[in-house]
Design a protein around this ligand. Structure first.
Ligand code: HEC
Ligand code: HEC
Length: 119
């Protein structure tokens, strides 16, 4: 009886530790994005999500305009277009900065709430 109690306690301890491990693994994974080609690979997902909200608003679209909501890391034709736009925006800002200009351009500068900017 005493042994049984002891065994339960030990097993209980293992189970708790087991849960702690399996629980902490997905939490750690949540920090890392899997398929970055423009952002530095180790960019925090929180930073990316904040940017994503801003760029969605700038284009007047929802996340699924570019993403498969089941797998945000999966590529799409629209994601590739957006990547080229990110590279173009980054390049423009690098030039502006090098020339001593203070302000930067963003997706909103051109898109202003439209999928395709109005000229
Ligand atoms: C206009 C297109 C576009 C829209 C809209 C968009 N995204 Fe993205 N998203 C991208 C691109 C492009 C990347 C990849 C960036 C790179 O390669 O560095 C990306 C990457 C991500 C990633 C990282 C995925 C991984 O694991 O690699 C997450 C998370 C994400 N987006 C979430 C969102 C959410 C949430 C929304 C809506 C609020 C959203 N995105 C809207 C284009 C878009
Ligand atoms: C200098 C102005 C400019 C900036 C800055 C800019 N875009 Fe664009 N974007 C355009 C123009 C112009 C088009 C239309 C190109 C065409 O189809 O001829 C376009 C088209 C797109 C498209 C394709 C839309 C479609 O329906 O085919 C996406 C996606 C896009 N931009 C995302 C972005 C994102 C995300 C940003 C910010 C990182 C951004 N753009 C910044 C000018 C800009």
């Amino acid at each position: 009886m005493r042994n049984k109690l002891l065994l339960t306690t030990i097993l209980g301890g293992f189970l708790t530790a087991g849960y702690a491990l399996t629980f902490s693994a997905p939490v750690a994974d949540a920090g890392g994005a899997k398929n970055l080609k423009v952002y530095p690979k180790d960019t925090d997902k929180k930073v990316i999500k904040k940017d994503m909200k801003a760029l969605s608003k700038a284009l007047g679209v929802q996340c699924d305009f570019c993403h498969s909501m089941a797998a945000l890391d999966k590529d799409s034709e629209m994601k590739e277009k957006a990547r080229d736009m990110m590279r173009m925006t980054n390049a423009a800002n690098k030039t502006l900065k090098a020339k001593g200009f203070k302000k930067a351009v963003t997706c909103k500068t051109c898109h202003n709430g439209e999928k395709v900017p109005k000229n």
